[in-house]
Design a binder for this molecule. Structure first.
Ligand code: ZN
Length: 508
């Protein structure tokens, strides 16, 4: 078959794969944000049926023949770089799915949706035993998949490398060791510090109606296009997109605190802005979205932390927060708010953790899931191990499983190998923001609310490429260096030593 025919066939397969995947994601979004509880099991069947269609497109013998032929080195060499990237990515996804027998995959998708529903109920009722068999299923099925996919080194690499091309447990262990060795003593120095941060004003009643107004204003401020997206509510905030002009976000409001909605909205908005600013020429292709989870987390945590947890942000925006919550925040200064949003060490839950301890919440999850897959830990022992590690790393003990192992949605969906992305996101973010700050007057732009120049920098240097570059290529192009822990460590040390008046020596 000539290459022109192969390319025509490829584009047809790619279109069908992308559109059917969007259908699955649209139903999933509706399921989480809109579907009545009673309809959840039925909707799980719907998702299973549409997933089967996507599966068939990616794994049919005819389609795989086309992908195999076009992915031959002599053919790839003739393609423009973007088309070659699309072929490689679709082939990778096809190989991933084709390795799994259809009946097994179908069984799994139904169990996966049930597991997610069971998790939601178990979390509400602090009922680990009712969820444990579902989680066991998710680990068991994933283990069967790992055997079918194959792996080098750690079994965990079969999961990690798919989320984050080029990443391995071995590389991650080195990055996380550097990070942990620097953060644990810094947290201990913070605990010894005489500085006491008063954040009592963040725990009051904040009417949800006002929080909704606030969330939409924060998205506007970030540069999220409201005409190309939607903000809804779900148990666990998340983002999904069906092309750059249809980006769906969710957030979660708590009546007795407003900061979770501030940071989850900035975070999910960050994911959304990335999707909205990908090169229009890539729209509808397999690489026309942010595929690498760590890189996606880096852009969301940029807006959440580098912007939202900075003093210039609160200097710029305190007056607006006081308009939304005049009684609660009337007498609070930007400096007091900056200190409050960076107060260290009290949260048992990851999504409410401060920026410093956050990475240890991730390292804990990474170690537990890696150990289950490597056969060192049993699922039934996870709640106790969770509590033990929280005590060892953070000096905190969860009172119940809702605040412990049941707090996150990811494991219930068999999204294993994903958690490291959050800490990787922090590492990428710190390194390329270091570069950005050498080119832009970042603090002044944030303090004057002039975020357009920052958005423009990120669009030009990062967003527009979608998944045409691997994370490694992105870091080299952006910063001239491979990923290292030293930029995040320096950023955290500078910030928290200043906040807690810690001498350099005391933190070593
Ligand atoms: Zn995220």
């Amino acid at each position: 078959m000539d290459i022109k025919t192969l390319i025509e066939r490829f584009e047809k397969i790619e279109r069908a794969a992308v559109q059917s995947e969007r259908a699955v994601q649209i139903i999933s979004w509706d399921w989480r944000a809109m579907t009545p509880k009673a309809a959840a099991p039925g909707r799980a069947e719907t998702i299973g049926a549409v997933s089967d269609v996507n599966f068939a497109i990616l794994t049919s013998g005819e389609n795989r023949k086309t992908l195999d032929a076009l992915a031959q080195p002599e053919h790839l060499a003739q393609l423009p770089p973007t088309l070659a990237a699309r072929v490689r990515e679709l082939k990778k996804q096809s190989d991933r799915k084709a390795a799994i027998p259809p009946a097994l995959f179908s069984e799994f998708t139904v169990l996966q949706a049930r597991s997610e529903a069971a998790w939601e109920q178990a979390k509400r009722q602090n009922d680990w035993p009712s969820f444990a068999p579902h989680l066991q299923n998710m680990f068991d099925y994933t283990n069967r998949f790992i055997d079918l996919w194959g792996y080098e080194g750690s079994r965990y690499n079969a999961l990690l490398g798919f989320n984050e091309e080029g990443m391995t447990a071995e590389k991650l262990d080195a990055l996380f060791t550097d990070l942990r060795d620097a953060i644990v003593p810094l947290i201990q120095a913070v605990r010894r510090s005489p500085v006491v941060i008063d954040d009592g004003f963040v725990n009051q009643t904040f009417p949800v109606e006002q929080q909704r107004v606030m969330a939409h204003a924060l998205l506007d401020l970030e540069g999220f296009r409201g005409d190309w997206g939607v903000l809804a509510e779900s148990e666990h905030p998340y983002t999904t997109s069906f092309g750059r002009q249809d980006v769906r976000l969710t957030t979660h409001y708590y009546e007795d605190m407003f900061l979770p909605a501030v940071f989850s909205t900035l975070h999910e908005g960050g994911h959304g802005i990335y999707e909205q600013n990908i090169d229009p020429a890539l729209d509808g292709t397999i690489v026309g979205c942010g595929l690498y989870s760590g890189m996606h987390e880096s852009v969301s945590r940029f807006w959440e932390n580098m912007v939202g947890r900075s003093l210039p942000f609160w200097r710029c925006n305190m007056a607006r927060f006081q308009q939304w919550f005049p009684r609660q925040l009337g007498g609070v200064t930007p400096e007091q708010m900056y200190a409050a949003v960076n107060k260290v060490g009290t949260s048992l839950t990851r999504i409410e953790a401060d920026e410093l301890t956050y990475n240890l919440h991730i390292i804990l999850r990474y170690e537990l899931e890696r150990d289950v897959f490597e056969g060192r830990v049993r699922v039934r022992d996870l709640p106790d191990l969770w509590k033990q590690k929280m005590q060892d790393y953070l000096g905190l003990t969860p009172l119940d499983d809702t605040q412990g192992i049941l707090q996150d949605i990811q494991w219930s969906m068999a999204q294993f190998g994903y958690f490291p992305a959050y800490a990787l996101g922090n590492l990428y973010n710190a390194q390329y923001t270091h570069t950005m700050k050498s080119q832009l007057d970042f603090d002044r732009l944030v303090e004057t609310g002039d975020l357009g120049a920052i958005l423009q920098w990120k669009r030009e240097n990062l967003y527009r490429f979608g998944a045409t570059r691997s994370p490694e290529q992105t870091m080299l192009a952006l910063t001239g260096e491979p990923l290292q822990a030293k930029y995040l460590i320096a950023y955290l040390q500078d910030k928290f030593r200043a906040l807690y008046h810690i001498e350099k020596e005391a933190a070593q």
